[in-house]
Design a protein around this ligand. Structure first.
Ligand code: GLY
Length: 370
């Protein structure tokens, strides 16, 4: 089974150890020690995980450390400040001190919230991120963005708080429904489109996706582990040079400008995040082509791969919903000082951020939804 270990070193001096290993969920104690954490641990887990076959290993780990795990029933709607506060209250009740640490096990909502609680409890305690969805393994788990939603928008409150370790167990993905895997694979394809050629050593991430996207979607642990490792290495290189998103980290938002607008316009109910990104990628690719940054063969190659991403619902939007997507982009523009910025591709593996006009935005939306 492929897998790997590497370290991300930030300019701030912080370090995150990344481990991709089958069975890692059962060895969290050992992995915490290897990351230099030996105090009292508070395991915060998505309660649904405890009823899967991974539950017993997690319960054993929590037992040896702090008694019961702190289980939370999480959802995007409950990713809010009161939920982060509730987690902090439990940490305080359990007497977690400055020598303690938090272990967050679950999807991106759980790791974002628990990481945020770790960032603010006692003004910051160390934490380990253990993402258990493909989407979180290839994106949210690494890079230290933690936080909660506000009524005004997603992730508007938060903190950068780098985990000491990110532990990805490909076996945790075996219990995910196919739609959830496809959602994560959209972020994998995004990484493949923006990864520089030399990054993947031998077979590029793009070639790996082209060769085995459906195998990964069918849950092949080998295919998934290899894609997770490649995406984490790519993200690790990007966030190490731009922890606070002043530059290159924004490249990770390829496909997200329209993707986020589609999610907002459909009240985060209809599409998974990955499905919205898959649609948004089409707009970003076509815009790159119309700006003559991407040649026709590269556009076709990229669109062919994106077309293989399954979208589990009817993707057609009503006229009202299309207008809502444009309105969401206009709202985004207002929030960003009157400019809409897209991540575009100057060739495959050549991301760059450019400002685009209202007319181009409208065309990108049409291309995403056509
Ligand atoms: N999800 C993009 C980032 O971590 O910057």
């Amino acid at each position: 089974m492929p897998g790997g270990e590497f370290e991300v070193r930030f300019a701030s001096g912080e370090r995150t150890r990344c481990v991709i290993r089958a069975g890692a969920l059962a060895t969290l104690d050992e992995l915490a020690s290897e990351a230099g954490l030996s105090g009292k641990a508070a395991l915060i887990a998505d309660e649904r995980l405890l009823s899967t076959r991974h539950g017993p290993a997690l319960l054993r780990y929590a037992d040896t450390r702090l008694g019961r795990p702190i289980t939370r029933s999480v959802s995007e709607a409950r990713k809010c400040l009161p939920e982060a506060e509730a987690i902090c209250e439990v940490l305080a009740e359990r007497g977690l001190g400055r020598d303690g640490f938090v272990v967050a096990v679950g999807g991106g909502v759980l790791t974002d919230l628990a990481g945020f609680a770790a960032a603010i409890y006692l003004r910051g305690v160390p934490w380990i991120s253990v993402p258990t969805t493909l989407l979180a393994q290839v994106d949210a788990g690494l890079g230290g963005k933690t936080g909660a939603n506000l009524r005004a928008g997603k992730n508007l409150a938060g903190a950068f708080h780098q985990p000491r370790a990110v532990v990805c167990d490909p076996e945790a993905l075996s219990t995910l429904p196919p739609r959830e895997l496809w959602s994560g694979l959209a972020e994998v394809v995004k990484c493949a489109l923006l990864a520089p050629k030399e990054d993947a050593g031998g077979v590029t991430l793009l070639e790996r996706c082209e060769g085995n996207l459906e195998g990964a979607a069918a849950g092949s642990p080998e295919a998934l582990a290899s894609l997770v490792e490649a995406c984490m290495r790519l993200k690790g290189r990007i966030v190490a040079t731009d922890e606070r998103e002043g530059g290159a980290r924004a490249f990770l938002n390829l496909g997200h400008t329209v993707g986020h607008a589609i999610e907002a316009a459909t009240a985060y109910q209809r599409f998974t995040h990955g499905e919205a990104v898959a649609l948004g990628l089409r707009g970003a690719l076509r815009l790159s082509h119309s700006r003559k940054l991407l040649d026709t063969p590269s556009l076709q190659r990229a669109l062919d791969l994106v077309a293989r991403l399954e979208i589990g619902v009817d993707r057609r939007l009503s006229q009202g919903e299309r207008e809502a997507v444009i309105a969401a982009l206009a709202h985004d523009k207002k929030a960003r000082g009157g400019k809409v910025r897209f991540v575009l591709l100057a060739g495959l593996g050549g991301p760059r951020v450019e400002e685009v006009s209202a007319e181009e935005c409208a065309r990108a939306v049409e291309a995403s939804l056509s």
